[in-house]
Design a binder for this molecule. Structure first.
Ligand code: ADP
Ligand code: MG
Length: 224
């Protein structure tokens, strides 16, 4: 049984002119169950389109995403919600944090949504923050008072709190400086030891330094 497999995934857009535009074309691949898999390609090559399909944020024109050999697009609404909230964690370039709430609250939110008690969620959140040496004084600071690098770490920990089997990252270091990018990549590398991390990036240096597998995508064609 494979954790994650895509088969003939295709996404087309129909432009107002009536023309059809294929932005992802018959992508097929069986992902390893753990490790850091990067999808590398130029801007506009279809990277986010592919990630959004795996994350159930979009529907394909054709093809399937299999999670534990089940077609995720055929899930019931409850199964879809569980998949998004528990089985995967998503990290976007923009953290989209609740700026007026604390770092700790932001991190624990997905745990609260999946009906963990406040106490349980806070213990999980504090342990995660400790694991990356996040200064304890920062836990209760409002997110709007954190630096860009600190926010990005909160973003990652929020994706990790429900201990998902897959972490999906779309250009997570896109707006960070070099030092903060390395810090984030070190965390992602570390968590990829016992789960699958899928990273989309156009940073060749970081992709080469950290990836176990690199997949290229060019004009919607995934080369595996
Ligand atoms: N709603 C849409 N309608 C038409 N074209 C789109 C739409 N969304 C994305 N595209 C096009 O699909 C292509 C792939 O986009 P995307 O997956 O975001 O690329 P990447 O993440 O690699 O930069 C781009 O050329 C983009 O313009
Ligand atoms: Mg993109």
């Amino acid at each position: 049984m494979s954790l994650l497999r895509i088969s003939n995934l295709t996404k087309k857009y129909y432009l107002p002119s009536g023309k059809e535009r294929t932005v992802l074309s018959n992508a097929s691949y069986t992902f390893p169950n753990n490790g850091l898999v990067s999808i590398f390609g130029k801007s506009g090559s279809g990277k986010s389109t592919l990630l959004n399909l795996i994350a159930l944020l979009d529907e394909p024109t054709n093809g399937v995403v299999y999670f534990n050999d089940e077609n995720i697009f055929r899930y019931s609404i409850k199964q879809k919600n569980d998949y998004r909230n528990k089985e995967i964690g998503i990290i976007f370039q923009q953290p989209n944090l609740l700026e007026n709430y604390s770092a700790l609250f932001n991190i624990t939110l997905p745990a609260l949504i999946s009906e963990k008690s406040v106490k349980e969620a806070e213990i999980l959140g504090k342990n995660l923050l400790k694991s990356i040496n996040f200064n304890e004084k920062l836990y209760l600071k409002k997110c709007k008072d954190l630096s860009g690098g600190e926010k990005e770490r909160v973003n990652i920990l929020r994706a990790l709190i429900n201990n998902p089997k897959i972490i999906i990252c779309d250009e997570p270091t896109g707006s960070l400086d070099y030092q903060n990018s390395l810090l984030i990549m070190d965390i992602l590398k570390d968590v990829s030891k016992n789960r699958l991390v899928i990273l989309v990036s156009h940073n060749a240096y970081l992709v080469n330094k950290y990836s176990d597998v690199v997949l290229f995508i060019e004009q919607g064609v995934l080369k595996t």
